[in-house]
Write a protein that binds this ligand. Structure first.
Ligand code: TXE
Length: 491
């Protein structure tokens, strides 16, 4: 259905496995970043739509929470198969909506959505809980019970990848959910809704309400019938979510922004450090919360690194996201392009822009209205300036020389964020020492974005609260209950 997108095509909300228009009957334009043209219309939903979706989820919870794990698992595996069947179409839609290259969506976003469902569908079959014998007089065991309706709010940078990262563990654990995808990238969520129905997931288990954050997101996080909230997005928005959820004592997981350090010691594998740093700087147009946006390079190799890195950056092909020869597609919106470009203005005052930052020349006419930016490398010897402290979330990276380990650890840890970090060295002792010292939820050594879905994932400081992934997700989406059984007198 989405194959023939045009500006008049309206997506709908999913409530009780029915596709329904928003109560307001009004729609927002969904703009395609590659061209700047309207590609579809998105429901401009409000609190009334959230109320209806929560009511549907509450009704479904009665049966879904009692459905045996094996049956839930089979349904989720079926949904994963359908996503895989439609992977090509989903990759193209994701690219159209977000501006990322089809190549990347095909290699990363869509396979990961499949993996999210498969992982949690099987994780619930292998999970176990604790039991404690107390002085041989009592048996304590722990039940991990689903909580009810989960409110799931996801961003625009990895739309289907992050939406399914929330839906899969929520419903695998026996909860029902109301999901709110980003209003900027709603299309793969709509296609997922169709696959949810096709997969035979019972009505009300997955509900999707489209619309603006301050309307739909706000209503969802403030709803008394939604005791659990999983949010991924900007730090400021995370604070707004907390303001709503706090007084209602909701269980909350927040995955927020990052300003991740990438520390390259002089003994690192030079070529691999350069090549992977290119990816960690510019993959997905730099719009990944895990991107290493601050590169620190030890002084003896700094000049060589800078020269190689700038040359490779200049060689990146920016343009048509549907062309497999393209490395960097379009930024998600004109507002985001303006924000990122604004930081380049600041960078010119604070440091030196070594390359990039302009609009690519020779864009074909068809793409003239799109949101393209040449990837930029900024040299900055100061670490307290705005470009090195604030999340830019675009194809902009800083390069800074350092002289010793203590100095670089202090700089790496010197922001309000703490999501992830990479470090490059062949010295094993130093790798462990620095990994332990870095203030981050994830530290990669000699690699980047190598993900295992079992590991705890999340950040510290302004990068968020709580952990998801593997057992952490299963624990987050359930409530632990201790049952204490007296065993009677010993004979
Ligand atoms: O995200 P928002 P924005 C960072 C990045 C970016 C900045 C702002 O630095 O430049 O955040 O991006 C919903 N109550 N990241 O403004 O608004 C919104 O509709 C409840 C990092 O585009 O945080 C969307 O579904 N929900 C990040 C989701 O929140 C609200 C990914 C995220 O959008 C809401 C994206 C409200 N009051 C941006 N207001 C990451 N960590 O990966 C908005 N939303």
């Amino acid at each position: 259905m989405l194959e023939s997108l045009d500006s008049q095509f309206s997506i709908l909300n999913l409530v009780d496995n029915e596709f329904v228009p928003p109560k307001s009957n009004s729609y927002l334009d969904d703009i395609g970043p590659a061209t700047g043209a309207t590609i579809a219309r998105v429901p401009d939903s409000d609190g009334r739509d959230v109320d209806a979706a929560v009511a549907a989820a509450q009704r479904a919870f009665q049966a879904w929470s009692r459905t045996p794990a094996e049956a839930r698992s089979r349904l989720l595996l079926g949904l994963a198969d359908l996503i895989e069947r439609d992977a090509d179409e989903l990759a193209r839609i994701e690219s159209l909506d977000n501006g990322k290259t089809v190549k990347l969506a095909r290699a990363m976003d869509i396979p990961r959505a499949v993996a999210n469902f498969r992982f949690f569908a099987t994780a619930i079959l292998h999970d176990s809980s604790e039991a404690h014998l107390t002085n041989d007089a009592a048996l304590n065991y722990t039940l991990h019970q689903p909580i009810g309706v989960a409110g799931l709010i996801s961003p625009w940078n990895l739309p289907l990848y992050l939406l399914t990262w929330k839906i899969a563990p929520a419903i695998a654990s026996g909860n029902c959910c109301v999901a709110k995808p980003s209003e900027l990238t709603p299309l793969t969520a709509h296609r997922l809704a169709e696959l949810v129905v096709e997969a035979g997931i019972p009505p009300g288990v997955v509900n999707i309400v489209h619309g603006l954050g301050p309307k739909v997101g706000d209503a969802l996080t403030a709803h008394p019938g939604v005791p659990i909230i999983s949010f991924t997005g900007g730090t400021e928005t995370g604070a707004a979510v907390m303001r709503n959820a706090g007084p209602l004592f909701k269980k909350v997981s927040l995955e927020l922004g990052g300003k991740n350090p990438n520390v390259v010691f002089a003994d690192a594998d030079f070529d691999e450090a350069v090549a992977t740093s290119m990816r960690s700087s510019f993959a997905n147009q730099g719009e990944i919360c895990l991107c290493g946006s601050r590169i620190f390079v030890e002084r003896p190799i700094f000049d060589r690194f800078l020269e190689a890195f700038v040359a490779k950056t200049r060689a990146l092909r920016v343009g048509d996201p549907s062309d497999d020869a393209t490395d960097v597609g379009a930024l998600v919106s004109s507002a985001h392009l303006a924000k990122v470009s604004g930081y380049l203005g600041i960078a010119r005052e604070e440091g030196e822009v070594l390359c990039g930052g302009g609009r690519p020349a020779n864009l074909p006419d068809r793409l003239r209205g799109g949101y393209y930016l040449e990837p930029a490398v900024v040299r900055s010897d100061r670490t307290d300036c705005r470009v090195m402290q604030e999340e830019i979330f675009g194809p902009v990276v800083t390069l800074t020389p350092f002289d010793d380990e203590a100095q670089v650890v202090a700089w790496a840890n010197g922001t309000r964020y703490g999501l992830s970090a990479s470090l490059w060295t062949r010295d094993l002792e130093r790798a462990h020492r620095v990994a332990a010292a870095l203030r981050a939820g994830t530290v990669w050594v000699n690699t980047w974005l190598l993900r295992d879905l079992r590991v705890p994932f999340g950040g510290v400081g302004d990068s968020g609260v709580g952990r998801e992934g593997g057992r952490e997700s299963l624990r987050f989406f359930t409530e632990a209950k201790n049952v204490c059984v007296k065993m009677g007198e010993r004979r």
